[in-house]
Design a protein around this ligand. Structure first.
Ligand SMILES: [Zn+2]
Length: 180
């Protein structure tokens, strides 16, 4: 097994100070919100496998992908040497936290349900962490309902929608949170 220090060193070699930052931040989040229980894996900057999300967790590799779009500028960046000045740390930290939720669920037995975001384990974690973040939000599994003869996915009133779950916690921050 590769140690945290070895993984961080590799991250720093590949992605410079931003690579090292991701590991320090992972460690801080792991200790603050997960009692330090997650087993570290690689954290890679680049494109996420599906290209749509800002982060991705690979269960088979215990690998967190962070999208290069978390760096500014978002325009073609070839030739640019990324540095901390390009990083929105608060936003990247929230994306990392989201992926650590997937990581912790996988490392503690996995999930059963509709999707990786719509299942008992994920919403429990979201509910727990939202409280720790001081957010006034609630999460529950979204169930199918028959409304006027049509099956629809229906979030309970006052609970996060599927999109909000998929982008927690950044979906639930105040609008100016990342620009303060
Ligand atoms: Zn997710």
């Amino acid at each position: 097994m590769t140690t945290f220090a070895e993984l961080k060193k590799e991250g720093a070699q590949l992605f410079g100070e931003v690579g090292a930052w991701a590991f320090d931040e992972w460690k801080r989040l792991n200790e603050t919100y997960f009692n330090g229980k997650n087993i570290a894996g690689a954290i890679v900057w680049g494109s996420t496998p599906k290209g749509e999300s800002l982060g991705y967790y690979s269960v088979t590799e215990n690998l967190i992908y962070l999208h290069k779009h978390l760096m500014r500028p978002v325009y073609p960046t070839s030739g640019i040497k990324w540095g901390m000045r390009h990083l929105n740390k608060k936003f990247a930290s929230d994306v990392l936290l989201h992926e650590i939720i997937h990581q912790t669920i996988h490392q503690t037995g996995g999930w059963v349900g509709e999707t990786s975001h719509n299942n008992e384990r994920f919403v429990e974690e979201v509910d727990r962490i939202a409280k720790l973040l001081g957010m006034d939000v609630r999460a529950k599994v979204i169930k199918q309902e028959m409304i006027q003869g049509k099956v629809t996915w229906h979030a309970e009133p006052g609970c996060l929608t599927l999109n909000e779950l998929s982008e927690f916690p950044y979906s639930s921050r105040p609008y100016n949170y990342y620009y303060e």
